[in-house]
Design a protein around this ligand. Sequence first.
Ligand SMILES: NC(=O)C1=CN([C@@H]2O[C@H](COP(=O)(O)OP(=O)(O)OC[C@H]3O[C@@H](n4cnc5c(N)ncnc54)[C@H](OP(=O)(O)O)[C@@H]3O)[C@@H](O)[C@H]2O)C=CC1
Ligand SMILES: O=C(O)CCC(=O)C(=O)O
Ligand SMILES: [Mg+2]
Length: 412
Amino acid sequence: MSHIKVPAEGQKIVPGQAVPNNPIIPFIEGDGIGIDITPVMKDVIDAAVAKAYGGERKIHWMEVFAGEKATRVYGDNVWLPEETLQALKDYSVSIKGPMTTPVGGGIRSLNVALRQELDLYQCLRPVRYFNGVPSPLKDPSQTDMVIFRENTEDIYAGIEWEAQSDDAKKIIAFLQNDMGVKKIRFPNTSGIGIKPISIEGTERLVRAAIQYAVDHDRDSVTIVHKGNIMKYTEGGFRDWAYALAQKEFGATVIGAGPWCEFKNPKTGKTITVKDAIADAFLQQILLRPAEYDVIACCNLNGDYISDALAAQVGGIGIAPGANISDVYAVFEATHGTAPKYAGQDKVNPGSLILSAEMMLRYMGWTEAADLVIASMEKAIGDKQVTYDFARLMDGANEVSCSAFGQAMIERM
Ligand SMILES: NC(=O)C1=CN([C@@H]2O[C@H](COP(=O)(O)OP(=O)(O)OC[C@H]3O[C@@H](n4cnc5c(N)ncnc54)[C@H](OP(=O)(O)O)[C@@H]3O)[C@@H](O)[C@H]2O)C=CC1
Ligand SMILES: O=C(O)CCC(=O)C(=O)O
Ligand SMILES: [Mg+2]
């Protein structure tokens, strides 16, 4: 039986066709603070759309279920209903709140499952500074990067075997007996995980990152990896990325290499393609953020880098994101369910609102997207901020999650 109530009005967004003025957009409320931030996001976006288009355009929201709410609606152990997946495909553009993943045992990440099921291979996370936001850096405005995190491969593929299980014993025996592996330090008590990184997966992600640099007139693309240690996975990622820049964008090697460069066909400006080893990169983004622009990386590094970079511009309360395939897009914040704040109307809805702002821009509704940005800047400028900013800001008026949304709406 279906639990999805399709709105009486509204149309599907069909990939490759113009976005209708009355699109139906599926949303997943999310676990934990999802209950706080998702309604605020919808109110702010509805207000921006109404203000920008005077009633000519309107989003028709359609709730679909995943995570803890799905188990309440569909029954125990139904975490990601088939009809939810189908709706995300049928309506092609959607937005989700965060979902809980238990540590150690229990279900595997539903967030990762969605990315894999819909082949949302680009995790796009822009990191920029908003005036007035408190930051630990002296000059946070120098941090202006766009992360392209590979979203379907790496150890996130979930290919793992628990220590001392029959499967782990089988794999370890295979590695030792058939592959000549002698380096498993404690074979009787090791869990094993597999890290697949492919040429196809690398190429499509890096192609999107470089194309973004071309389309948005950016100066450089940095491939971040740990290829000195993981030679055939992260090292492969680096080598295939450079090869793609040369093969598809006409980049030529600078000096002894491996850095290369090409002229942006749209602006004539030089785009440098360079690389950095992940540990060094994490200190350089703090010390010399202005040297980095578009970032392309594998899944795990992208996860770490996303939160680290978010901290530089005020934290994960204001860190948006999108998961994109060649046909579908699912927008979501960088942060998780922050369970200790769930239901308190306390946290910053900024990340999810800015994720929705990315969604508006993706739909071509730039006037509404601009209003979202401008009203957020005004609310922060007036020091009407949630607890996360208030605790770092002099003279702030700490407001609730919903009041921050209202503060934005009043300033549109
Ligand atoms: N895409 C997804 O759905 C994601 C899901 N998760 C899942 O979320 C769960 C909790 O993960 P956890 O590691 O605690 O990470 P979270 O991102 O949920 O929270 C970590 C901390 O970040 C701050 N924070 C997060 N969101 C906000 C917000 N909206 N406004 C202000 N501050 C915020 C809070 O900091 P402080 O304590 O300083 O106030 C919070 O305690 C896990 O099950 C994890 O797997 C995690 C990341 C992404
Ligand atoms: O799926 C999860 O629970 C965590 C995912 C995550 O941290 C991320 O996508 O940034
Ligand atoms: Mg993360």
